[in-house]
Ligand binder design. Structure first.
Ligand code: R5P
Length: 307
């Protein structure tokens, strides 16, 4: 049985408290400091974790991905000193988009990250909408960790009260098709995908023109991440050109870096529905609805960890 939930610095308070409350877990915070040379220090209250058969650690890895990763490793090391099993819930898994060597000689950051979680007492890894779940699954398997991917699209759409406001679902690239399928099937509409190409050196995005039957329809674009907004903006522009009357986006992790918001406004995006998968600072986007995912996460934990 899980008895203790350790919430690390990347997790929104309402998410951690919601999960703890729904699962009846004691929430333990950590003492952290940064030494003058920049190194992190972490301490768990030993009385809170001693004797727990399983500890649940929650972390989100945005912003400041590197320090969130180190904090996670320190928490795992400390927890494994007291508990026999640790389950991780990572609400935003950073370093996941580099999941293979696109160019010869590149480092595969996903492998570096997942392998660093192995060799302790971590036996389960639950991630909200990992970029490429099959790549995480394979890496986690090699590290001896069971992996569970959580698709939050139909949940977010329902919570936003939009189930009857979508006629068609589109993924901006082939890799996100499983996301479109999850949402489309749950609300009973059709779905399709676009072909997207990214220049591996310049990062420039090109979305291939495609004939889609969207004239007069309300379309939802689904994706895992909105970072610079380039991918989403291109897809919105295409849909509007093809006559869609309303284009919304449902994205698990709206990082919205740089001029993303201006791009999305300029493209004519009507609404962005996203999850509270990290602590959002300063972003003001009047067309964004942030959905609390604590119920969904608590249910997934309950079924992934049964005893
Ligand atoms: C890439 O394949 C991802 O699924 C997202 O489409 C991508 O990360 C979005 O990035 P950006 O907003 O910078 O275009």
């Amino acid at each position: 049985m899980v008895s203790v939930l350790v919430s690390l610095s990347g997790v929104p308070r309402e998410l951690a408290e919601g999960v703890a409350q729904r699962l009846g877990l004691r929430m333990v915070t950590t003492s952290r400091k940064v030494f003058p040379d920049g190194e992190q220090y972490l301490r768990l209250d030993p009385n809170a974790v001693r004797g727990s058969e399983r500890v649940l650690i929650l972390q989100s890895m945005f912003p400041e991905q590197d320090s969130k990763w180190v904090e996670l490793l320190l928490a795992i090391e400390a927890a494994c000193n007291y508990a026999s099993k640790v389950a991780l819930v990572i609400t935003y898994l950073a370093y996941a988009r580099q999941d293979r060597r696109f160019l010869d000689g590149e480092a595969v950051s996903l492998h570096a990250l997942i392998r660093s979680l192995g060799g302790w007492c971590v036996d389960k890894l639950i991630v909200i909408d990992a970029h490429k779940p099959e790549a995480v699954l394979e890496a986690a398997k090699e590290a001896g960790i069971e992996f569970v991917n959580v698709l939050p699209f139909s949940y977010m759409v329902r919570k936003a009260g939009m189930e009857s406001g979508i006629d068609f679902v589109l993924s901006p690239d082939r890799g996100a098709l499983h996301r479109a399928r999850e949402l489309a099937r749950s609300i009973g509409v059709g779905y399709d995908y676009l072909e997207k190409y990214r220049d591996r050196i310049t990062g420039e995005i090109r979305v291939e023109e495609k004939v889609l039957d969207v004239r007069g329809r309300r379309v939802a674009i689904v994706d895992d991440i909105v970072s610079t907004g380039g991918t989403l903006a291109k897809a919105v522009e295409l849909l509007k050109r093809l006559g869609a009357v309303r284009v919304i986006a449902v994205a698990s992790h709206a990082l919205l870096v740089g001029s993303a918001i201006e791009k999305l406004r300029g493209a004519g995006l009507d609404l962005l529905i996203t999850g509270n998968t990290f602590i959002r600072r300063q972003t003001v986007f009047e067309r964004m609805k942030v959905i609390d995912l604590s119920d969904l996460v608590a249910n997934v934990i309950a079924s992934a960890i049964k005893g």
